[in-house]
Design a protein around this ligand. Structure first.
Ligand code: SIN
Length: 312
């Protein structure tokens, strides 16, 4: 009897990924972790930390606080070395890992999104970038980020500014901090998004009971980790229900293969693994092995057959 090894390959937005597992932006030092385990064997692609046009220093410390058992709060404030440095230095280093590279970008205006896209496309390393993720959802900045992502008009405008000139697939990373994520997803698709990434962090607050003050200097911060999984699944479920043809990257509290399968069955084509990486950077190895085992046990030829199956 021959044993069929199920395929974990996924096609989405015109790209091929040999695994549905990506990292969530800003949670994963890919070149460093590649020294611990070859990422190519257990991941489908790499997402960069979100970059802005110019370098940003980020927010005051503390920028993170652990919420034992349920995740963490972060308020990094999009600290990054700027687009020019990322294109010149980080992109070739990431591409050398042998996986599709998704560049995550944020801007304060549609015009700035267009300028960043032009700068990216005219850079000699542009060919090393496979797709772009527009971060329209960072909750830790005074301009851009969530301020773009909470209104359908500005989401559509931002997408148009990029997709109007960018031949690469563009994913829109959505915030859950809105009353109707489906209308925001619709605006992104109207603006030309090839896919949606759902979700970014949920707004949260922690109080230091000894200081009798908020822990984080900006008070509110982005909550991630296992506690947000049902919120993220709710978003993925509803986005897939309304836009079944649009590839969705599911993200939010994914810590194991069970979580990955829930997101895929709710409608995700790919997933991003984030907060768990801070504790277990090698988690991709066990998730990949467990996914493979689930598909083999279920006699599936391909994991992609499961996308959205819970809706049927
Ligand atoms: C941050 O840099 O503050 C986090 C990034 C994000 O939430 O998009």
């Amino acid at each position: 009897m021959s044993i069929v090894v199920p395929s974990l390959s996924v096609s989405a937005a015109g790209l091929s990924f040999h695994s549905p597992l990506l990292n969530a932006s800003g949670t994963f030092n890919a070149p460093l972790f590649n020294q611990l385990f070859p990422l190519k064997e257990v991941m489908g692609g790499i997402v960069t930390k979100t970059v802005t046009q110019n370098p940003q220093a980020g927010n005051l410390q503390p920028r993170t606080t652990e919420l034992p058992g349920i995740g963490m709060l972060n308020s990094i404030g999009l600290q990054n070395p700027g687009l020019a440095y990322t294109l010149a230095t980080e992109i070739p280093e990431l591409k050398a890992l042998g996986l599709p590279v998704i560049l995550s970008i944020s801007a304060n205006s549609s015009a700035e999104f267009a300028q960043m896209t032009e700068a990216m496309l005219s850079h000699p390393h542009a060919t090393l970038i496979d797709a772009v993720e527009l971060n329209l959802s960072c909750p830790n900045v005074a301009k851009g980020g969530i301020h773009f992502g909470s209104a359908a008009d500005s989401v559509k405008e931002a997408l148009r500014a990029v997709t109007g000139i960018c031949p690469k697939p563009v994913f829109a990373k959505l915030t859950p901090n809105v009353s109707d994520i489906v209308s925001i997803g619709a605006a992104a698709i109207e603006g030309g998004a090839a896919g949606l990434t759902a979700i970014n962090t949920v707004l949260g607050v922690a109080i230091d009971i000894h200081q009798k003050k908020p822990v984080m200097p900006r008070v509110s911060a982005g909550y991630s980790g296992p506690g947000i999984k049902p919120i993220a699944l709710h978003a993925v479920w509803n986005l897939h229900k309304h836009f079944p043809e649009t590839p969705i990257i599911g993200v939010g509290g994914i810590s194991n293969a069970q979580d990955v399968l829930e997101f895929i069955m709710a409608g995700a084509s790919l997933v991003q693994v984030g907060t768990i990486c801070f504790r277990h950077p090698t988690i991709f190895k066990s998730i990949q092995a467990d996914l493979q085992a689930f598909c083999a046990k279920d006699r599936l030829d391909s994991v992609s057959a499961l996308t959205g199956c819970a809706h049927r």
